[in-house]
Design a binder for this molecule. Structure first.
Ligand code: F6P
Length: 319
C-alpha cells in the first residue's frame, strides 16, 4: 500500500475531522501518501480528489463538521457510478480507501469491497447505530449537546408547569434518546426499541400528574410520530399545556468532546495499521475499550446492535 484515499460520507458528526487527521498523520508517518476525497461518494464519482499533507489537517482536531465535506449520494447504488469511482481512484494510483460515515456509507464501502476494491470503514455518525462498535464517532458529543438542550427545557417547563416533548435524532436507533433521557432526568422515553403507544404514554403522564408532578419531559426519537400532534393530544387529554421541541441539526454540530477526538484519532490510525497489515473490507469498532475490526459485509448483513435493556430498566426505576 503506497497511497490511500479518505472520505467522509452521510450526515456529518463531530470528530470526523479528528478521524481524517488520524488517517493522514498516521499514514504519512508510515511513508504512505494520502488523498482526500471531497463531499463523500459524490466527490469520488466526480473525481474531486486532492493530495493531503500534514498541514492539510492542522487546526482541525477541535472543529465540528468535516473539512472534506460530506454528502448523501444515493446514485452510488448504481454499479456504473461505482465503477467510475474506482477508475478515478486508479487514475491517482490510490490502492485503498478509508470511509468515515454511518451505515449508509458502510453500504458504499461494502459494495466497493465486493467489486474488489479494498475499503476500511470508520463509524462516524451521531446516531450510534453502527454494528460492531460500542460507540460511533460523534455520538457522545451529540449526547452532551442534547443534554444541554434538555436542561434548558427543564428550566422553562418547570417555570410554566408544562409538559415538554423533545425530539432527538437517531434515525432508527434509540441510543441518543435513551442516554440523554437518563442523563437529563426525563420522565418518559419513547424510542424505536420501546415503540410508541399513545394511550400507554398518556396513562403514564396522567399517573405522574396524579402523583403531584408539576412538569414533565418526554424524550422521543425522531421519525416515530409528529411531535406537535402528540403534544396537542396530551394537552387535550390532560388539560396541561404541552409544547414540542425538535432539536434537529443543532445536534450534529459543535466541537467534538475529548472522548470523540481521542476515539477518532485512534480509529484513524488503526485503519492505516489494518491497511498496512494487508486487510481490506473491514470496519473498525471499539468494544469493551479495545479497538476491533469486523468483516464489513458481515457487519452490515448479519451483526445487530445490542438493545440496552439494562438501561431501559434503569430508566424505569428512576422515573
Ligand atoms: O444519520 C445522522 C442523521 O443526523 C440522523 O439522525 C437524521 O435522521 C439524518 O441524519 C438527517 O439527515 P439530513 O441531514 O440528510 O437531513
Amino acid at each position: 500500500i503506497k497511497k490511500i484515499g479518505v472520505l467522509t460520507s452521510g450526515g456529518d458528526a463531530p470528530g470526523m475531522n479528528a478521524a481524517v487527521r488520524g488517517v493522514v498523520r498516521a499514514a504519512l508517518s508510515e511513508g504512505v501518501e494520502v488523498y482526500g476525497v471531497y463531499d463523500g461518494y459524490q466527490g469520488l464519482h466526480q473525481n474531486r480528489i486532492e493530495k493531503l499533507n500534514r498541514q492539510s489537517v492542522s487546526d482541525v482536531i477541535n472543529k465540528g463538521g468535516t473539512f472534506l465535506g460530506s454528502a448523501r449520494f444515493p446514485e452510488f447504488r448504481d454499479e456504473k457510478v461505482r465503477q467510475q469511482a474506482i477508475e478515478n481512484l486508479k487514475i491517482h494510483g490510490i490502492d485503498a480507501l478509508v470511509v468515515i460515515g454511518g451505515d449508509g456509507s458502510y453500504m458504499g464501502a461494502k459494495k466497493l469491497t465486493e467489486m474488489g476494491y479494498p475499503c476500511i470503514g470508520l463509524p462516524g455518525t451521531i446516531d450510534n447505530d453502527v454494528a460492531g462498535t460500542d460507540y460511533t464517532i460523534g455520538y457522545l458529543t451529540a449526547l452532551n449537546t442534547v443534554i444541554d438542550a434538555i436542561d434548558r427545557l427543564r428550566d422553562t417547563s418547570s417555570s410554566h408547569q408544562r409538559i415538554s416533548i423533545v425530539e432527538v435524532m437517531g434515525r432508527h436507533c434509540g441510543d441518543l434518546t435513551l442516554m440523554s433521557a437518563i442523563a437529563g432526568g426525563c420522565e418518559y422515553i419513547i424510542t424505536p426499541e420501546t415503540g410508541l403507544n399513545k394511550e400507554n404514554l398518556l396513562a403514564k403522564v396522567k399517573e405522574g400528574i396524579y402523583k403531584g408532578k408539576k412538569h414533565a419531559i418526554i424524550a422521543i426519537t425522531e421519525l416515530m410520530t409528529d411531535v406537535n400532534e402528540l403534544a396537542k393530544y396530551i394537552e387535550d387529554e390532560t388539560g396541561r399545556e404541552t409544547r414540542a421541541t425538535v432539536l434537529g441539526h443543532i445536534q450534529r454540530g459543535g466541537q467534538p468532546t475529548a472522548f470523540d477526538r481521542i476515539l477518532a484519532s485512534r480509529m484513524g490510525a488503526y485503519a492505516v495499521d489494518l491497511l498496512l497489515e494487508g486487510h481490506g473490507g473491514r470496519c473498525v469498532g471499539i468494544q469493551n475499550e479495545k479497538l476491533v475490526h469486523h468483516d464489513i459485509i458481515d457487519a452490515i448483513e448479519n451483526m445487530k446492535r445490542p438493545v440496552r435493556t439494562d438501561l431501559y430498566k434503569l430508566a424505569d426505576k428512576l422515573f
